[in-house]
Write a protein that binds this ligand. Structure first.
Ligand SMILES: [Zn+2]
Length: 460
């Protein structure tokens, strides 16, 4: 059979497919921002080692319990674990040419009638990698929590290995300090293993208050809490190819003026923490293969909080990184076997390859931020006249040197920035209406590292 319609359909189908093939590269180009891996950063990421992570974690769980109220003993309890993490941090000082210094920031906590029943000394183990530019006062902070728990939150003596919650976050810090202390960054990075998370975010609250009182120029804070488990409880899901980043759309603290500006510019999806989350997704996926970073539009899991939350409450830009699926058989559980099910946060459940990738995301983001120029200042969108074009202007960053800027653009209904327009000027006009798109501006350094994006305010 040689039906004419049949012949024509095939011809049109072939033409259509050819057209599609020609169009696809342009569609892809339009959707994906420029991707260029910095070779120096890639070399650092290649050093993140599952062997190191495992070795640190084996030592960390050997302290039996790291409960915040555990008694001080030789080789057991939270203080012995703090001394171990301190000793690891300090062991990297020698190779840092004087840039790295480690210490424990101790503080006394009074009984509070909740999860602290006696006066106790707590401590945050801190490694500070001083920036090389004396003019640059920016600080980037990354945390994990050293304390662990079992079923009863006040049980300070039973074994609580806390391998994943949050041994995974703490060993990620140690591994980053090992690698990053060998490299100079213009801005300062602080790695901190906080105490008292399970007793009510006490160590993080202490540090957030201190950063606020001492007026740190703290640009971004990243909390790592549970980044090494890839098996979900109650389902057969296994996922070591996705990582969650939690960020709130509306800042936890807002002045009336900030709220009014947010409402008038429809910025409910453009808080600073959301910009940080998008940055983590873009840079993390640029550098780490076989990992998708999933933006979760909330400060933390449903009705829960973490060590970034006190920083959000102090008005800092803070997010939480967390594994895709949690395992409640292993979280906050007494070690036991019940009905054939094993309970407890044991080290044998750690997925080191997943932990390696998640550590690499942190490293890529912190190295990029600390080597990028600061964000552009006074970023404004021109509203002096009605126009279908969008005019943006800004000033150069306070810290570092911008070799250029990216104007970012996305559909109002889209989650991620879709286009990046490069310029070396301090303004740009785009033939796209500000009614139909959102815009932001980020600075970029000679090495290609970008600052956090800044959402513009209306200017005349
Ligand atoms: Zn935790």
């Amino acid at each position: 059979m040689n039906h004419p319609i049949h012949r024509y359909s095939i011809r049109y189908l072939v033409l259509f497919l050819c057209g599609l093939l020609l169009t696809v590269p342009f569609l892809v180009q339009a959707q994906v921002p420029a991707v260029r891996r910095d070779p120096g950063l890639s070399a650092m990421l290649a050093q993140v080692s599952t062997d190191s992570l495992q070795q640190y974690l084996e030592k960390l769980v050997s302290f039996g319990t790291r409960h915040t109220l555990s008694p001080e003993e030789e080789g057991r309890g939270i203080e012995a674990a703090r001394q171990y993490v301190l000793s690891r941090f300090q062991s990297f000082e020698a190779g840092s040419e004087g840039r790295l210094s480690a210490t424990i920031d101790y503080f006394e906590v009074e009984p509070n009638g909740r999860r602290v029943d006696r006066e106790v000394r707590m401590g945050n183990v801190m490694a500070t990698l001083q920036g090389t530019d004396p003019e640059d006062d920016r600080v980037f902070l990354v945390s994990g929590h050293i304390d662990s728990r079992v079923s009863d939150i006040m049980n300070a003596t039973d074994d609580a290995p806390g391998a994943n919650d949050d041994g995974s976050g703490v060993v990620a810090l140690i591994e980053m300090v090992r690698i990053m202390s060998q490299q100079p960054f213009p801005a300062t990075i602080i790695f901190v293993a906080v105490s008292g998370e399970e007793q009510g975010l006490i160590g993080a609250a202490h540090l957030a208050r201190r950063a606020s009182e001492e007026n740190w120029n703290l640009v971004a804070m990243i909390n790592n809490d549970m980044i090494g488990n890839s098996a979900s409880s109650g389902t057969n899901l296994r996922d070591n190819t996705r990582l969650r980043v939690f960020s709130e759309g509306i800042p936890l603290v807002e002045t009336e003026q900030m709220a009014a500006l947010r409402r008038s510019t429809n910025a409910e999806n453009d808080s600073k923490s959301r910009q940080l989350a998008r940055y983590i997704k873009e840079v993390g996926e640029r550098y780490v293969d076989q990992l998708e970073i999933k933006l979760i539009y909330r400060n933390d899991r449903f009705l829960r909080g973490g060590d970034h939350t006190p920083f959000s409450r102090e008005g800092f830009t803070a997010v939480r990184l967390c594994e895709m699926n949690e395992n409640y058989f292993q979280q906050h559980q007494d070690l036991r076997t019940e009905g054939g099910q094993q309970y407890g946060d044991l080290i044998e459940h750690i997925d080191y390859e997943y932990l390696r990738k998640n550590t690499a995301v942190n490293l890529a983001v912190l190295a990029s931020l600390a080597s990028a120029p600061g964000a552009p200042r006074e970023v404004g969108v021109d509203i002096s006249g009605l126009s279908n074009a969008t005019r943006l202007r800004w000033n150069s960053p306070e810290n570092g040197t911008a070799s250029g800027y990216y104007v970012l653009m996305r559909e109002t209904s889209d989650s991620m920035w879709q286009r990046k327009f490069y310029t070396e000027a301090l303004e740009m006009e785009l033939p796209y209406s500000k009614d139909n798109y959102f815009f932001a501006v980020q600075a970029v350094g000679a090495n290609g590292a970008e600052s956090l994006p800044v959402f513009p305010v209306p200017v005349r």
